[in-house]
Design a protein around this ligand. Sequence first.
Ligand SMILES: [Zn+2]
Length: 65
Amino acid sequence: MKNEKCKLCGTELKKDWIALHRKLLDIDAKEFLCISCLADTFGCDVEDLEIKIEEFKEQGCVLFK
Ligand SMILES: [Zn+2]
């Protein structure tokens, strides 16, 4: 898979961020946001989203495989 970049700031995306975007915003998304732009979108801290990622992984969410 080619490296995706954040739609807003151009930061190279990690696959966990793409999975988080899909999980929280749009499962069929073609463009993605990095974790800091996602945090801005939701008005929360990056740290909160990192906790979410860990929670989803623990739940065994298929997006985070
Ligand atoms: Zn960004």
